[in-house]
Structures are given as C-alpha cells and as structure tokens.
Write a protein that binds this ligand. Structure first.
Ligand code: LER
Ligand code: MN
Length: 268
C-alpha cells in the first residue's frame, strides 16, 4: 500500500484537505513528511498547470495519486443527477475537462460529490439515467486511458451511493471496467454496519482509499476502527493508495504527520 495526502488548490473552500498551500510549498512538505504521493482538489481543470506540477513531482520524487472533481459541485452546483439538463451537461463537461488533464498526467479521476441526489420519486428511472451518464463518462475516460474512482458518500452529502454495496451496484450496472470504488473511512463510519466486512464484500472493486477518521480527523484520532479496516484491506490484497483526506487538525503539518505515523504503524 502507498500513502498519499490531499492538496486543495481552491483557497475559497474550507474543507477536508490536509494542505491548502501553494504546490511549490505543499509538494515538498508532503515529501519531507514521508508521503509517496499527493492527491489534488482543483477548482476546475484550468487550475492545473500540468508543466509546473510535473516539474514539482519530478524534483521531489513524489507521485500524483488522483485528481478530484468535487469542486464542480461545491463551487458551481453541478451534479450528474440534477433534474436540470443544463446542469447535467455542465457537470459532464466539467468532469471531461479534468479527465483530459488526468490523461496527460496518467492518473485516475474521483467522482464523489458530483454524483448528486436522487429522491424517492421515480428513483428507478432516475438511477438508470445516472448509470447511463456515468457509463458514458467512463467510456470518455477509457478512450483516454483514465480510470474513474466512484466514491459513496454519507447521506447528507449524496443521494445515490451511500455504501460500498450501493457503489458496486452502480458500477456493475454501467458495465464499465475502468470504474473502481473509492472507500472513504469517514463516510463508511457513518453508513456501513461493519467497515471491515464491507471492504471484504466489495473486494474486487476497491481501487482507492480515503484514509481518515470520524469527524474527518486524521487517522488514529477518532473512533473508527482503522486497524481492522486496514487488516481487511490487507486480506483482500489491496495495494493501492491510502490518501489522507482529513481536516488540517490541529494544523496541516500535524495532520500529515499523524497520518504518516498511522500509515507506518498499520499499513507497512
Ligand atoms: C470527497 O472525497 C469526500 O469525501 C467529500 O466528503 C468531501 O467533501
Ligand atoms: Mn472522500
């Protein structure tokens, strides 16, 4: 397993990213603290200066693990399940531009918040429409050698996939082979009956992990049984990234150091 840490490029959003500093500061800091990779949360594809990013990654001998798309929802209200066709089209365009950049950088793209909500009315039909949109995006990504990481979120943040089992059902329905699950321990702590069992049940679909504790605190500082979750990941032979998507609590450096301490203790 490999460690990663989140960097937000969006100054305006207060959120769950460990680093918010400029890349020329955050990437060397991530390396110094001991991470294998960084995950980016850009405001849009235009925020990513691929040349600068490539140079900083090479200079610091650190990988890029994934690029998130959530700013489309957070900043602009775009979601793939919106009732409004224009919003859906904007959501698809927003994600496609990030897929274009991810293709040039050789990393997968995260779809979490961009899924949006579907209520109880007409749910079957709306789910089928969502599956169709996600399937088309997956094809766009596959044509560019990009993987999609589909992330179930807790019920207050999404209304389509809340559990890993929901996510598996959606991925199966698309028929796409380049969509994997992103298992986020924070959301799982709210939605799953038993995190370790859910990981084992979704074994062949898990492609990425957000390594974080309850209340989005750094791993090891909340009440989630991170040890048994990691044991389950080992049991299924997971060898991908565990990426710290945590609040900078008490500050960025301390959150990053706490994460690495837990990663070394449990995941090596
Ligand atoms: C996205 O990875 C996620 O987990 C969201 O809760 C962030 O707001
Ligand atoms: Mn997450």
């Amino acid at each position: 397993m490999k460690s990663s840490v989140t960097i937000s490029l969006v100054e305006a959003i207060k959120g769950c990213w460990v680093f918010k500093e400029d890349l020329s500061i955050s990437i060397p800091m991530a390396k110094e603290i001991g991470f294998d990779a960084v995950e980016l949360f850009p405001g849009s594809a235009d925020d990513i200066d691929s040349e600068l990013l490539r140079r900083l990654l090479a200079e610091n001998q650190i990988e890029l693990s994934a690029i998130a798309t959530g700013a489309g929802e957070v900043l602009y209200g775009f979601t793939l399940a919106s009732e409004d066709l224009t919003v859906r089209v904007n959501a698809v365009n927003f994600i496609e531009r990030i897929i274009d950049v991810a293709s040039s950088l050789g990393v997968p793209v995260i779809i979490g918040s961009m899924q949006g909500y579907i209520g109880k009315d007409n749910r079957r039909q709306k789910l089928a429409e969502f599956v169709s949109i996600l399937g088309k995006l997956a094809q766009y990504a596959a044509d560019r050698n990009v993987g999609i990481l589909f992330e179930p979120l807790n019920r207050r943040q999404a209304g389509i996939a809340n559990t890993l089992a929901d996510g598996v059902e959606i991925i199966k329905a698309t028929g796409a082979s380049n969509i994997k699950l992103l298992a986020d321990f924070f959301h799982m702590g709210i939605e799953e009956e038993n995190i370790a069992r859910s990981i084992k049940n979704a074994a062949e679909y898990i492609g990425y992990v957000h390594f974080v504790d309850s209340y989005r605190k750094p791993a090891g500082t909340g009440h989630i049984d991170i040890k048994s979750a990691v044991e389950a990941l080992k049991e299924i032979g997971y060898d991908g990234f565990l990426s710290a998507e945590a609040l900078p609590f008490p500050d960025s450096r301390a959150a990053a150091q706490q994460t690495i301490k837990m990663f070394r203790l449990l995941c090596k």
